[in-house]
Design a binder for this molecule. Sequence first.
Ligand code: GRF
Length: 219
Amino acid sequence: MTYHTEKARVVALLSGTGSNLMSLVQAARTYEIVAVLSDRAEAPGLLRAAEAGISAAAHRRSDFKTLSDQKQSIYRAIREFIPDFVALAGYMQIVEPEFAAEYFGRLVNIHPSLLPEFPGLKTHERALAAGVTEHGCTVHLVDSGVDTGPIISQATVPVREDDTAENLAARVLEVEHALYPWTLNALASGEISTTAGIVAASDSITADARKRSFRVHGC
Ligand code: GRF
């Protein structure tokens, strides 16, 4: 296992509120968020990033002829920051397969379900409808599918009988804010590696995960 001493450069992509982005910013230890990019100029997360002194820019759909032009413009901007990792934080645009392949192993996402259960949207509603007793969130590598890439880590919450989608979502979001920065710190330091999509973790980070009730895939 190789450990890294320099801070990793992370570009974050978002389309919405940016609460996960702020948790990534606040708990950054072994990485630095060097830029935030969005496909939506009105994403509140962009303003939050700018207020935190981070380079923040929107590449809005209406400025481009095609969706593909918009996506390519975002990908060019990402490359200019020479990131070690790209972190999706509530990014609603599907990543093109070529870009997912270019950054495979360095492109991560947080998803509000215990994957492989409930990929896609409306995860909390679907979890309640399915009657699960445990729900949560997953940090995973992004591949060319929707929420299909190798699972890195997960955090769980119990589902209560009187749960609504809203309060379940709030409880999951709380553990997202702990799991995502924890995982990115461990990836950036090399304590979790994902060579060829196979997740491995050092003994100390595995013990730390246990203490926090996080699951690290394969450990
Ligand atoms: C989170 O639930 C995340 O899991 C999902 O999109 C939501 C983003 O929320 N991918 P926020 O913008 O970070 O508040």
